[in-house]
Ligand binder design. Structure first.
Ligand SMILES: [Zn+2]
Length: 244
């Protein structure tokens, strides 16, 4: 048995292996994304049974085997029951997990990604926030964490920060009211939509899910995020098809 290490994080997927075992993918603060084997986790009386499924968050005691980590035990602090018992929320959570999987690597810092994922799943449980808004906040902030976000603060042409009113996916940027005719594929944005996008990019993660928006702003976010995600992700997320 290798050295035992404690890692803090969330299981983003769990898969049956063999007759009684499970393999899980955990995004951890300490070691980025790791794959871990949970021996006997599908035996009815296994202590690993309920703690090796998707979306549980806590600390995991693992040791390094020859090809992957092995889970010895775990102390789960959040089960996200409210997510897994709500079909729509599960679909969003799977989609968020797939994006997190896409962006994280072993031994790369994933602490911001895990904080965002945790905050987003917590937000899915709140009835006051529309799931679709949570989705756009998550997508945009995750793209920003990974350094792939367009500049939403200064005009692509003149550099002005005031009167931003157009997003241009092809230029990966925004235009002000004086320059927006230069945008070949511009999406016009209201002041509220620009403010919302800038807020999502700058607010502390703990403050991201404290607001809601009008249907008009939600529709603007939808247009921006559809374009931005297509341009940014170099694969189609499988779980996207399941979204309500
Ligand atoms: Zn301008």
């Amino acid at each position: 048995m290798g050295d035992i290490t404690e890692v803090t994080g969330m299981i983003i997927s769990a898969m049956p292996v063999g007759e009684f075992d499970r393999r899980v993918v955990i995004i951890t603060k300490e070691r980025g994304k790791i794959s871990a084997f949970a021996k006997g986790a599908r035996r009815p009386n296994s202590p690993l049974m309920g703690i090796t499924r998707a979306f549980v968050f806590g600390t995991f005691e693992v040791y390094e085997g020859r090809t992957s980590y092995n889970i010895r035990q775990a102390n789960i602090t959040q089960y996200f029951e409210g997510v897994i018992t709500d079909l729509d929320a599960v679909c969003y959570a799977c989609y968020f997990a797939e994006i997190a999987d896409y962006y994280t690597r072993e031994n790369a810092d994933a602490s911001e990604a895990i904080n965002l994922l945790y905050a987003s799943l917590s937000a899915l449980i709140k009835p006051s926030l529309p799931d679709e808004l949570i989705r756009y906040v998550y997508e945009l902030r995750m793209i920003a964490i990974n350094g792939e976000c367009p500049d939403f603060f200064t005009c692509h042409h003149c550099g002005k920060e005031e009167e931003i009113d157009t997003y241009a996916a092809m230029d990966s940027g925004v235009y002000c009211a004086d320059c927006h005719q230069l945008a070949k594929d511009g999406v016009r944005l209201s002041k509220s939509a620009v403010y919302t996008i800038q807020y999502i990019l700058t607010a502390p993660i703990g403050k991201l899910f404290t607001f809601t928006v009008s249907d008009e702003v939600l529709a603007e976010l939808r247009m921006v995020m559809n374009r931005l995600c297509i341009r940014t992700f170099d694969k189609v997320m499988k779980s996207k098809e399941m979204l309500p």
